[in-house]
Design a protein around this ligand. Structure first.
Ligand code: ADP
Ligand code: MG
Ligand code: MG
Length: 339
């Protein structure tokens, strides 16, 4: 019997288009002799599109309008063996869709409500990883109400970290809303930008030197494995949105040219983070490696990383001998696994 899979893509976050690109790759890679796959694109307004509109959105790479209310579609989603929520960012990767699918009783690819929600929030992630003893940059939290009522208090807290520092919305991705603040007079602009996108904002000390950015893939549920380590290189001040999504601006190096003991630390700490955050299925764990000091600092955990055939996560497993088609098949099997 073929398994019936519902593939969710698009969604309400700033990573809508990225998700549609990933979905096209997954759709053509899930073996048709094993799986009967139905894609449903979620519009930027959060409405689930019927088949013809879904097809149109997958082809055009964007779905701004149209569709039904989500609850109506979940009820008709009964009968699927599993869902692949290939959604990035808020309202997709953050536990909301995972909660809906849990209530609907449908198994799904990736982390559950807890792992998704905690990993999406950069502050919660830092707190959990701190208690797991995993090295990270120094950081502070600020909330919007405080920024409105006591801006000087927020400025003082930021200054404790020293300049340059990073200001980031706590719950976003793809570098959206992130600023590198070089001097105190740039701080207000960065805070206004971040608070325009999120109620919670994280202030982060910059690594002591420009870091090397290394990433590792994790695959599995309660006995996860780590991929080889990869590295991203780019010619920009930091890995901002433009550098991420402009063809040819960044290059991937797999395996990353690292001393073996550093690569081993990356894999061990990534597995520890995956467990501490109660992740499942897959995650891409990103680190800063400061070559000058030998420091390895965990930056973030992405529970639904970019998933086109040329994205880092699938490329890391390809280097481990797991091809794209085998990888997506394995992910669906992990979703169906008894835990
Ligand atoms: P996102 O979830 O949007 O990818 P990140 O936290 O990964 O956000 O930050 C995006 C990029 O900004 C990183 O890949 C890195 O280039 C740079 N960056 C972020 N935080 C720091 C930091 N504390 N020190 C140095 N560089 C940083
Ligand atoms: Mg991220
Ligand atoms: Mg990142």
């Amino acid at each position: 019997m073929k398994k019936r899979i519902l593939l969710l893509a698009g969604g309400q976050s700033g990573e809508h288009e990225v998700s549609l690109m990933s979905a096209r790759s997954v759709l053509s890679a899930l073996p048709r002799d094993q799986f009967d796959v139905t894609p449903v694109v979620i519009s930027k307004q959060g409405r689930w599109l019927p088949p013809t509109e879904t097809q149109r959105a997958l082809e055009s790479g964007e779905a701004a309008t149209g569709g039904d209310l989500v609850l109506h579609r979940v009820a008709s989603a009964e009968g699927y063996d599993a869902v692949f929520p290939l959604l990035h960012g808020p309202m997709g990767e953050d536990g909301t869709v995972q909660g809906l699918l849990t209530l609907a009783g449908i198994p799904f690819v990736g982390s559950g409500v807890l792992g998704s929600a905690v990993s999406m929030d950069k502050v919660m992630t830092k707190q959990v990883l701190e208690s797991a003893g995993i090295p990270q940059v120094a950081w502070r939290l600020a909330v919007r109400r405080e920024w409105q009522q006591d801006p000087q208090g927020v400025r003082d807290r930021a200054a404790e970290l020293g300049f340059p520092l990073f200001v980031k919305p706590a719950n976003l991705g793809s570098s959206v809303g992130i600023s590198k603040v070089g001097t105190p007079d740039e701080l207000d602009g960065a805070l206004n930008l971040a608070f325009g996108l999120d109620r919670r904002v994280i202030l982060e000390a910059m690594t002591s030197h420009k870091p090397r950015e290394v990433e590792v893939g994790i695959l599995g549920n309660d006995a996860p494995i780590a991929s080889p380590v990869g590295e991203l290189r780019f010619d920009a001040d930091f890995y901002d949105y433009e550098t991420k999504y402009t063809e040819g601006r960044a290059t991937m190096h797999i395996p990353a040219p690292l001393p073996p003991e550093v690569a081993a630390r990356v894999r061990t700490e990534a597995l520890a983070a995956f467990r501490a955050l109660d992740c499942a299925g897959l995650a891409r764990v990103d680190f800063f490696y400061v070559e000058e000091t030998g420091e390895l600092l965990l930056n973030e955990v992405n529970t639904m990383p970019g998933f086109t055939t040329t994205s880092m996560y699938p490329k890391l497993f390809e280097a481990a001998g797991v091809g794209y088609s085998e990888l997506v098949t394995r992910l669906v099997e992990l979703a169906l696994e008894e835990r």
